[in-house]
Every structure is written in structure tokens, then in C-alpha cells.
Design a protein around this ligand. Structure first.
Ligand SMILES: Nc1ncnc2c1ncn2[C@@H]1O[C@H](COP(=O)(O)OP(=O)(O)OP(=O)(O)O)[C@@H](O)[C@H]1O
Length: 331
């Protein structure tokens, strides 16, 4: 188990992380989400031992992880970190870059392991290509193979697909995350992209301005986000007064409603004037306005024209579910 306690971490006199405390079970996949600058990379760097924390303890399997003040070369043998800079050797080939990270004691298996990793990152055709001749996305895939070369127990991934195009990203995710699960590798993935998180991470931790504001099972967090910030990390979301949705309600609160949770009717419900339609492939995202003041977003199967009027309904079940939510952590 990974056990992280950081009372505080500062760069110069700027506080970056505060009161960070969480555990990750062996074999579990935890996602770290948060807006840019919320401290995700800093947290991964501390766990890996690149940054020293005065007030805090990181331990893996009940053994303290030593930071840069103790380890001349950062990192522990059981842990690997994929940073946003790839740290590759540009003048040697892809296969050689991967081979450099394999154990010298298992020379006879090197070719087979390199081939297995090349298949995983879908770069078999580039085995003999010098890394300097690869695109940014291809280099990121080589960096991924390097951190996996000697299977770590704990893997820290910082935006692992940030440089990779959508076309490859989807198949890589589908290859990589089940592979890590099968091998029982504990994973922490920092990402902005809900597609990296929703299908793969059992639990998600949300950072806002260096503090943990939620740490929950991913599905539960998505279905019941504690606040607008969390929900908006997963995509478009509306924050609306309940009274707007259920006029008889006596509760003076707002609820979070995802665009797909609205059902469009032509006859009854909340009256909305269409302002804009955005084509999203599977549907249209519609920007609408209520009472000439509240802007909201909902999904529609067909394009709607500016000035059209539609009626929106949201189920009582959804509203009740959102109202039940009171706290943000259940680690
Ligand atoms: N070496 C540094 N010196 C001073 N401040 C830094 C340094 N590195 C990061 N910071 C600051 O620390 C804060 C957190 O940065 P961090 O890179 O951890 O955020 P992040 O959530 O990973 O962002 P992103 O998603 O953009 O990668 C930011 O305000 C950043 O400006």
C-alpha cells in the first residue's frame, strides 16, 4: 500500500500542497485530477522522491520512501515515474532506448521483452529508428515502454498521453491500463482527460489549489460530484437552482446537472430558448437560455435553430441523488 501524508509543500514562499493525506491499495489505479497548476505533478514528484518535503511521510508497503536528501539518484527500484519530459536518449534507436532499462541479469530475454513492449506501445515498425527522428507522441510512447521495461510495483504517470493524437490515444489506453491491471501494478495517473480516468481508474482524487477536495470511487464521483469544480473536470455541467427545475420545491439550493441528463420535450417542462448548437459527432450540445438570464447546456439528437423554444425535463431521481451528496471523501 502507498501511504501519503504531506502537511505542506512550498516553492520559495508559495504554498503548493497542503494537508495531503491518502492511501492507494496494492494493484489499485488512482487518478489525480485537477485544473492546471493544482499540484498534480508536484505531488507525483514528491512521491517519486524528486522533491523533498519537510513535513510529511511517504511510505510504500510500510517502508519510508526516501527523498532527494537521502538518495543521490532519485527514485526507488520498485517505483517508476513517467514525467512530462520524456528523458530519452535521442541518438540511439527505439529498441536500444527500451533495452537500456532492462535488467542486465536477464540478457537472454531482452529481445522478447523489447518486442512485447513495442507491441504494447504499437511501435514495432520503429524498433530501429533513432529516437530523434520520432514525433513527440511517438517519443512519449517510447518513454512509456522504458518505465515499464522492468515491471515496477508502483507506477506514476504524469499526463501519459498528453502528446499522443486521439487516433492512437484510444487504442493505447485500451492496451496499457488492462495490461497494468493484469500485472497487479499500482498506478497513479495525473490527467486532465476524463477518457483516461472514467473507464480505468477505480478511484479518483481531486486537487484544487493544492488541497484534496474529493477522494472517491470514480463512478460515484462522476454520478455524484461534490461541487461544480469536480463535475466540470469530467466535462460540461450546469449548476442550477432547484426551483428552476421543480418550481414547487421549497429548498433553496443549486444542483449539478450534466447536459445528457436533460430530456427534451416539445410540450412541457422548463422553457428554454436556443442560442447555439455545437455538433459533437454523436449529438448536438445546445446552449440555451432560461428567463433571459440563466444559460444552460443540454444534449439534443438533432440540430436546433437559434430562437427555437424547447422544454427540458430532468428526473426527480437525478435531483434527489445530487441533493443527497454532502461530503467529498470516502477513502
Ligand atoms: N520549479 C518550480 N518552482 C516554482 N514554482 C513551481 C515549480 N514547479 C511548479 N510550480 C508551481 O506549482 C504549482 C503546481 O504546479 P504543478 O506542475 O504541480 O501543477 P499541475 O496540476 O501538475 O499542472 P499541469 O496540469 O499544468 O501539469 C503551479 O502554481 C506552478 O506554477
Amino acid at each position: 500500500m502507498l501511504d501519503v501524508h504531506i502537511d505542506s509543500f512550498h516553492y520559495q514562499d508559495q504554498s503548493i500542497l497542503e494537508d495531503i493525506s491518502f492511501k492507494v491499495d496494492k494493484g489499485e489505479h488512482l487518478a489525480l485530477m485537477g485544473e492546471s497548476g493544482s499540484g498534480k505533478s508536484t505531488l507525483l514528484k514528491i512521491i517519486y522522491g524528486l522533491l523533498h518535503v519537510e513535513n510529511g511521510i511517504i511510505s510504500w508497503e510500510e517502508k519510508k520512501v526516501l527523498g532527494p536528501n537521502f538518495n543521490l539518484v532519485p527514485g526507488e527500484p520498485y517505483m517508476k515515474y513517467l514525467s512530462q519530459d520524456f528523458d530519452l536518449m535521442p541518438f540511439i534507436t527505439v529498441a536500444e532506448n527500451i533495452g537500456q532499462h532492462l535488467s542486465v541479469f536477464e540478457q537472454e530475454n531482452h529481445q522478447q521483452r523489447i518486442q512485447e513492449l513495442l507491441e504494447l506501445i504499437e511501435l514495432e515498425a520503429y524498433a530501429k529508428t533513432k529516437v530523434k527522428n520520432l514525433s513527440g507522441g511517438q517519443q512519449q510512447r517510447v518513454a512509456l515502454a522504458r518505465v515499464l521495461a522492468q515491471e515496477p510495483e508502483l507506477l506514476l504517470l504524469d499526463e501519459p498521453f498528453g502528446h499522443i493524437d486521439n487516433f492512437k490515444r484510444n487504442s493505447l489506453r485500451r492496451n496499457l491500463f488492462p495490461y497494468l491491471k493484469e500485472k497487479g501494478i499500482t498506478v497513479l495517473t495525473a490527467s486532465h482527460d476524463p477518457n483516461d480516468v472514467l473507464p480505468y481508474a477505480e478511484r479518483t482524487l481531486i486537487l484544487e489549489k493544492g488541497k484534496i477536495i474529493a477522494n472517491q470511487k470514480t463512478k460515484k464521483l462522476y454520478k455524484n460530484p461534490p461541487n461544480y469544480y469536480t463535475a466540470s473536470l469530467f466535462g460540461e455541467v450546469n449548476q442550477l437552482p432547484i426551483k428552476l427545475l421543480k418550481s414547487y420545491s421549497e429548498i433553496d439550493k443549486t444542483v449539478l446537472i450534466y447536459p445528457h441528463e436533460f430530456k427534451v420535450s416539445e410540450t412541457s417542462g422548463l422553457k428554454v430558448w436556443v442560442k447555439k448548437s455545437f455538433f459533437k459527432g454523436t449529438h448536438y450540445l445546445i446552449e440555451g437560455e432560461v428567463n433571459e438570464e440563466t444559460v444552460l447546456y443540454f444534449n439534443s439528437n438533432k440540430k436546433l435553430k437559434q430562437g427555437d423554444t424547447v422544454f427540458l425535463n430532468v428526473s426527480l431521481e437525478t435531483i434527489n441523488l445530487r441533493l443527497q451528496f454532502e461530503q467529498g471523501t470516502d477513502s
